[in-house]
Design a protein around this ligand. Structure first.
Ligand code: PLP
Length: 344
């Protein structure tokens, strides 16, 4: 059997642990600890009731109409995806050819490398500065550079670049910029407005985090309509199923639920940050639903393993040439208290 060489050579993306069976306090993959809006479950049940024998709307128009109202754009500025990973895949397939280069900061979302590997592209990885800003290297010209990714807020740091900084990056970059706003509902600003004035900025969002729907798989992209039109050619015809479309439409419609949920998560995030500081950790202030922390002992892997033994799963992350630490998702107050009690 002959696979493309780049597929044989790549290692593939390894998602965070999703244990089945044993009951963990699960703080490792930045899921929302609360159930979604009850309107989501009702919409899915109603769709099931109608039956699944027909194909879904290939463009997810009901979702796009409602999301467009919420975001202040038109429906043809929105592309629906089977999770935002699907959106990232579609954008990469549309822009990146074999032999091209993609750019992204480090440390950041590990999937960007996997997407480049699949295309047979190479990666120009630019280290964040000490203060989590991005220097000139991130916008420097480079032959065959065809796409840049920027998670904002970033994972694992939880840090955020202001829209003005992102606009300047996009203006100076010689290629399109995909701003991955998976965590943006937990942050103080977002970059949707930049899309209006710069056709080379695309913003991806997910319902996995702030809408508590990681299991449903739904994300979307906001970009100018001529960009969306090209990307539609690349996506699977029916990339979002009928249940996901119904659930996502109900979710985006319930902005009151979103506001309440985000407020709860942010309140616990502050408690987690201070709780870690009080126990000698060095957490970073976060704009997301997780906190990145190191400990002066550097015993991060041991701490991760000890917590796991005690039934709490956090994410131990090591980045070659940069260092390691723990990324801890914000759980409920009770989960947070249990975690902090174990940390002494
Ligand atoms: C930065 C970032 N982008 C995108 C995603 C993908 O989210 P989903 O595919 O669930 O929408 C994640 C998931 O953890 C993420 O951390």
């Amino acid at each position: 059997m002959h696979f493309r060489t780049n597929i044989e050579l790549m290692s593939g993306y390894v998602p965070g642990e999703q244990p089945r069976g044993q009951k963990f306090i699960k703080l490792n993959t930045n899921e929302n600890p609360y159930p979604p809006s009850p309107k989501v479950t009702a919409a899915i049940a109603a769709t099931l009731e109608k039956g699944l024998q027909r194909y879904p709307d290939p463009l997810g128009t009901a979702f796009r109409v409602r999301a467009a109202e919420v975001l202040g754009v038109e429906p043809d500025w929105i592309l629906c995806g089977n999770g935002s990973d699907d959106i990232l895949t579609i954008v990469t397939r549309a822009f990146v050819d074999s032999g091209d280069v993609v750019r992204y900061p480090a440390p950041s979302y590990i999937l960007y490398k996997t997407l480049a590997d699949i295309q047979g592209a190479s990666c120009d990885v630019v280290r964040y500065e000490e203060d989590w800003s991005l220097g000139y290297e991130f916008t420097a010209p480079l032959p065959r550079l065809n796409l840049a990714y920027l998670a904002n807020p970033n994972s694992p740091s939880g840090t955020l670049l202001a829209p003005g900084e992102v606009a300047a990056i996009a203006d100076n970059l010689p290629c399109p910029l995909l701003v991955d706003e998976a965590y943006v509902d937990f942050a103080s600003t977002n970059c949707i407005d930049l899309v209006r004035t710069n056709p080379r900025i695309m913003v991806s969002r997910t319902l996995s985090k702030s809408y508590a729907l990681a299991g449903l798989r739904f994300g979307y992209l906001v970009a100018q309509p001529q960009v969306i039109a090209q990307l539609r050619k690349v996506k699977d015809s029916y990339n979002c199923d009928a249940l996901a479309l119904a659930g996502a439409t109900a979710a985006i419609d319930d902005q009151a639920w979103l506001r309440e949920n985000v407020a709860r998560v942010r309140a616990t995030r502050i408690k987690l940050f201070h709780g870690l500081e009080d126990r000698g950790f060095k957490p970073l202030a976060s704009q997301a639903n997780f906190v990145w922390t190191t400990h002066p002992s550097n015993a991060h892997e041991e701490i991760y393993l000890r917590l796991k033994d005690q039934g709490v799963l956090v994410r131990y992350m090591r980045y070659a040439g940069w260092g390691d630490g723990l990324r801890i998702s914000v759980g409920t107050d009770a989960e947070n208290e249990a975690l902090l009690a174990m940390l002494g």
